[in-house]
Design a protein. Structure first.
Length: 448
């Protein structure tokens, strides 16, 4: 690790993201594969449809509590890097470094690989050869190339893809509610011989939280947001609100179309809904929609995640080249390249569900630590940020408390995958000590 060359930093990241672009990054990053893949697992574990609907609401509320907290943090420190910036400012270099290390090694790279795996499965279902893994790799490479060349085109494409997939999903779900064979009474149905256990409910809750994951993405690119004091809260809160409503509508349409028993038996819930509503072509239409949705999510993550490595490089806590901005393209091109290479490597780690379990424990640990940093940063910066968190201090306290409960549930339900996350965090501290991060100086928090 060394000091990035001045030539490589000829241009800093420009603030070009308005409210529409910021909101599309959030919505497009969240609405990926989760709403298509987790309903079957949720109903396989929850005792009734109303409980599942309640889980969607609770998971949305929890994510909303997080977004309210992150909105203040983002307006307080509107820089590229999001959680890395907040954690480093609150707890010091070590915690910031470890977060960035785990983000790169597990959280975001694993999320990209997981969503790309889902894209590969549905692309292979549509087109066949060359196979699902090859399609997943192609999605990672293609989205990396777009983000290497130009941020504006990448964000514009993200906005178009987000609008297309949300409108298509709304249209198909509306048709499900209009289907003559719909069963509205299924929304109140219980599932027989289904005892309520903490582990089963935990699995269902984690599935819903995975579907909402990505609500923090806009904070990672705060350094490129125009007028972040106004734009970040609107994007974080408004965008997540849209997602919650879309998810409740979509899940309810699955229920009235297939019934809970049909969803539990289904191997491809969304495709079966498409077949029921649109006939023989429905399966291919729905597969195409899911492929489009997951591709858009990979595109968004390939834009947002490298901004953390860019910020770390500027603090001399990551490879210096990750902080270089291409003089013509004006993108952190080597940070994008590193992200793509490691995400490709993680494609070999297993199935979608395995990759999901690797990501969740570490992800929620750092969510909780970030929310807990708010009172620390208020103290260091002499007061609340330009957008004070509504309900403070109860909002961050509730978010942190529920996050701890979720982590305990994860340890019980997925002990080995959770252990993997703990080991990666431990490895991050060891790496920090071994490298010493020479030159990584603790800077005072800066509101600029």
């Amino acid at each position: 690790m060394g000091i990035a060359s001045e030539a490589g930093r000829a241009h800093e990241l420009e603030r070009h993201l308005g409210w529409v672009a910021s909101t599309s990054l959030l919505v497009g990053g969240v609405v990926g594969s989760g709403i298509f893949l987790v309903p079957q697992e949720m109903l396989a574990n929850a005792p009734s449809v109303p409980v599942c609907l309640a889980i969607w609401v609770v998971a949305g509320v929890l994510s909303f509590l997080g977004s309210l907290t992150f909105a203040e943090l983002g307006t307080m420190l509107p820089h590229a890097g999001g959680e890395y910036v907040y954690l480093r400012a609150a707890y010091g270099n070590g915690v910031g470094f470890v977060y960035g290390w785990v983000l790169f090694a597990v959280i975001q790279s694993g999320s990209i690989a997981a969503v790309a795996t889902a894209f590969g499965d549905y692309a292979a279902r549509l087109f066949g050869h060359p196979g699902s893994t090859a399609w997943a790799a192609a999605a990672i490479v293609a989205t990396a190339l777009v983000n290497l060349r130009t941020s504006r085109v990448a964000v514009g494409l993200q906005t178009v893809v987000t609008a297309a997939k949300c409108l298509a999903l709304l249209g198909l779900c509306s048709l499900a509610f209009l289907d003559p064979g719909r069963d509205a009474a299924a929304l109140c149905r219980s599932l027989p011989d289904r005892p309520i256990t903490l582990t089963a409910i935990g699995v269902a809750v984690m599935g819903a939280l995975w579907a909402y994951d990505g609500w923090n993405a806009v904070s990672l690119v705060a350094g490129e947001v125009r007028d972040p004091v106004k734009t970040l809260p609107k994007a974080l809160i408004g965008g997540l609100g849209l997602v919650v409503l879309l998810y409740l509508f979509t899940f309810s349409s699955y229920i009235v179309c297939l019934g809970p028993e049909g969803i539990v038996r289904s191997k491809q819930v969304a495709a079966d809904v498409g077949g029921r509503v649109l006939g023989p072509v429905g399966d291919r239409v729905m597969s195409g929609l899911i492929a489009l949705s997951t591709f858009g999510t990979v595109l968004g993550m390939m834009f947002t995640c490298p901004r953390t490595y860019y910020a770390m490089a500027h603090d001399k806590a990551f490879f210096a080249a990750a902080g270089w901005i291409h003089p013509t393209w004006r993108t952190p091109y080597l940070a994008v390249f590193l992200q793509a290479v490691w995400a490709l490597a993680l494609l070999t780690r297993g199935t979608f569900n395995t990759l999901l379990n690797y990501v969740m424990f570490a992800s929620w640990l750092f969510y909780a630590l970030t929310a807990a940093s708010l009172p620390i940063l208020r103290g260091k910066l002499g007061g609340p940020g330009p957008f004070p968190t509504p309900g403070y201090p109860f909002t961050p306290i509730a978010f942190c408390s529920i996050s701890v409960v979720l982590m305990v549930t994860l340890v019980i339900s997925s002990p080995w995958e959770s252990l993997y996350g703990v080991l990666m965090i431990g490895a991050g501290f060891v790496l920090y000590r071994c490298l010493g991060c020479p030159g990584a100086e603790q800077a005072a928090p800066d509101r600029r």
